[in-house]
Design a binder for this molecule. Structure first.
Ligand code: AMP
Length: 433
């Protein structure tokens, strides 16, 4: 299938050729025809599938064909609401790229920066507005944005919107939209609350498109886990960054504070890294992202929400410094590598307290993640949860003994490591007495 066969108009074809797309991705192949027929769409797709172009191209084509681009004030004809600033910026960049030869004007608004620049652009009139919910409502209430003429509405990353507590904002936004519109609803996961929300937004029978069930991405990415003490995680990270080959690495931290700490300890061992998270100013986040995209910074440390907007094709390695407590987040994280057909590697650090998260993740992806046993910071016995009182331990050992083929040697997990060591060629000590 080609873009020509999807009946994309020439000005857009020219632009997508320029960005180097030779053929549509599966989500584009599935969604573009029904979107060009002005149908509503429920898309279950995650990042990296090419979903931005899947909705941007038909919207641009509609606006272009509607032929009301010349003269007069430009009303907002399409609104795209997305949860994070990074994602909003990225979507706007896509509209600019694909719409280069259409004459369509677009802009992006998000919080965390002064509104002056944004309102100035809005005053001049735009056809497409990409927005995060808070700033959108803010500028609506001040009269800078009217949704009266919106004909094409996209709610992107709906599951993340709900995670971030945007549900009330979304309801307020929907209430201001006209009934006669084409609506597109995208979410990586489809739990019940998301399905309910989709019913509110989409008309009668939307087209449903599911691309790359989450397992597929998980299968595509080579994954491994290191069991390591919490306190040894920095050492293991340093060791990996000094020994593993990579073009660019995205290191995930569960918390903002943790992300800063990682950057600091890497600095101490002369490894340059930058962090992006919600406590950083928008300017600092954009700078870090630009440096990372240009290859100036090879290591970016990010929290989950901040990483949502990161789109780097060559991202070859993801390191989960912490395992996420929500299993779906793991899929989002590893989805940052292995994008658009590229293969990637995801390495996770798992301490004793995170073992339960690992179990949940493996259940979700329906896959066992390879455990790397051969590393210098293998979890020590002293990190295993507090031992039971001696009497109870004795009882357990007695119960276990008959089951052990090798008797005493199997009792201590350290022996497993020793055996591995011997297998690798070391001579056994003489234990005879
Ligand atoms: P998205 O899922 O929209 O975040 O897109 C993921 C990546 O795929 C982006 O880097 C896009 O530039 C890229 N992409 C989108 N459509 C295509 C295509 N048809 N061919 C090659 N790359 C594409």
């Amino acid at each position: 299938m080609t873009f020509e066969e999807l009946e994309i108009i020439d000005p857009i074809l020219r632009a997508i050729k320029e960005v180097g797309y030779t053929q549509p991705t599966p989500i584009q192949e599935k969604s573009i025809p029904s979107l060009l027929q002005r149908k509503d769409l429920l898309g279950c797709a995650q990042t990296g599938t090419g979903k931005t172009a899947a909705f941007a191209i038909p919207i641009l084509q509609h606006i272009y064909n509607d032929k009301n681009l010349n003269g007069g004030f430009r009303n907002i004809k399409s609104l795209i609401v997305t949860p994070t600033r990074e994602l909003a910026i990225q979507i706007e960049e896509s509209f600019t790229k694909y719409g280069k030869y259409t004459g369509i004007k677009n802009t992006v608004i998000f919080g965390g920066v002064k509104q002056g620049g944004q309102t100035q652009t809005l005053r001049k009139g735009v056809d497409v507005l990409i927005a995060t919910p808070g700033r959108l409502l803010d500028l609506m209430s001040q009269g800078f944005v009217s949704l009266r003429n919106v004909e094409y509405f996209v709610l992107d990353e709906a599951d993340r919107m709900l995670d971030m507590g945007f549900i009330h904002d979304i309801r307020k936004i929907i209430a201001k939209l006209t009934i006669k519109r084409q609506s597109l609803f995208f979410s990586a996961t489809m739990p019940l609350d998301i399905i309910q929300l989709s019913h509110k937004i989409l008309g009668g029978k939307p087209e449903k498109v599911t691309v790359q069930p989450e397992q597929t991405t998980a299968e595509k990415v080579e994954q491994a886990v290191y069991f390591v003490n919490k306190r040894n995680k920095p050492k293991l990270l340093t060791h990996l960054l000094k020994t593993v080959e990579y073009e660019s690495v995205l290191v995930f931290s569960r918390t903002k504070y943790g992300a800063d700490k990682i950057v600091k300890f890497l600095k101490k061992v002369n490894i340059v890294a930058e962090a992006i998270h919600g406590n950083k100013s928008q300017g600092a986040r954009q700078r870090a992202l630009t440096n990372f995209k240009s290859g100036e910074t090879k290591i970016l440390v990010a929290t989950d929400i901040a990483a949502r907007g990161i789109d780097i094709k060559e991202l070859s390695l993801v390191i989960n410094f912490d395992l996420p407590n929500i299993s779906e987040t793991y899929i989002h994280r590893i989805g940052r590598t292995g994008r658009a057909g590229f293969s990637g590697i995801a390495l996770s650090f798992c301490d004793v307290e995170e073992r339960a998260y690992l179990r949940d993740i493996q259940k979700l992806i329906n896959q066992r993640i390879t455990v790397i046993e051969d590393h210098p910071f293998i979890e020590d016995a002293d990190e295993v949860p507090k031992k039971k009182p001696a009497q109870q331990r004795g009882q357990r050992q007695q119960q276990q003994q008959p089951r052990s083929r090798h008797g005493e040697r199997d009792r201590d997990s350290n022996n497993k490591r020793r055996r591995k060591y011997y297998r690798q060629g070391a001579s056994k000590p003489d234990r005879s007495r």
